[in-house]
Design a protein around this ligand. Structure first.
Ligand SMILES: Cc1cc2nc3c(=O)[nH]c(=O)nc-3n(C[C@H](O)[C@H](O)[C@H](O)COP(=O)(O)O)c2cc1C
Length: 134
């Protein structure tokens, strides 16, 4: 795992919804918007699965995600990639369900998707576009 620098965390915090990309075991890509995405520490992001369908199937086959964020104020953009754990019970799941249900009790909070950050790339246009940061 790697530690996300402050500017990466700031860009993630400002972005909503966040595009979350997955792929099946054959490599077929899928991307969804996610509103319930938060940073829990320098190396970890939580995502709430309320409505994941192809996304959940993909994560079952291939537990990796990529997100992209753009901070228009700071003119910075990052791609963040990592591996995930899916939790449907226990204290982490309970925290995520509480977060979701604070917004709406009607949301299903099917699972907590815990993303362990492994790679961060610069995605801002310009000469460093695509270069790995950490
Ligand atoms: C603005 C917006 C925010 C969303 N936030 C979430 C979310 O936080 N969690 C979730 O499970 N689905 C969320 N969705 C639904 C997913 O984007 C998507 O519709 C769902 O995962 C089904 O697509 P899939 O079959 O590709 O997984 C959101 C959709 C929109 C448009």
């Amino acid at each position: 795992m790697v530690k996300m620098p402050p500017d990466v965390q700031e860009a993630i915090s400002k972005q909503s919804p966040v595009p979350v990309a997955t792929a099946d075991s054959a490599g077929k890509p899928n991307v969804v918007f996610v509103g319930f995405l938060r940073i829990v520490d320098d190396e970890t992001i939580q995502i709430a699965d309320n409505f994941f369908d192809k996304t959940a199937a993909n994560l079952g086959e291939n537990p990796q995600v990529s997100i992209v964020v753009y901070d228009g104020e700071k003119k910075k953009s990052f791609q963040i990639k990592g591996s995930v754990e899916i939790m449907t019970e226990g204290s982490v799941y309970d925290d995520v369900a509480t977060w979701v249900h604070a917004k709406s009790k009607a949301l299903p909070a099917k699972a907590a998707v815990v993303m362990h950050v492994e790679e961060v790339y610069n995605a801002m246009y310009g000469p460093d576009a695509g270069k790995r940061i950490i």
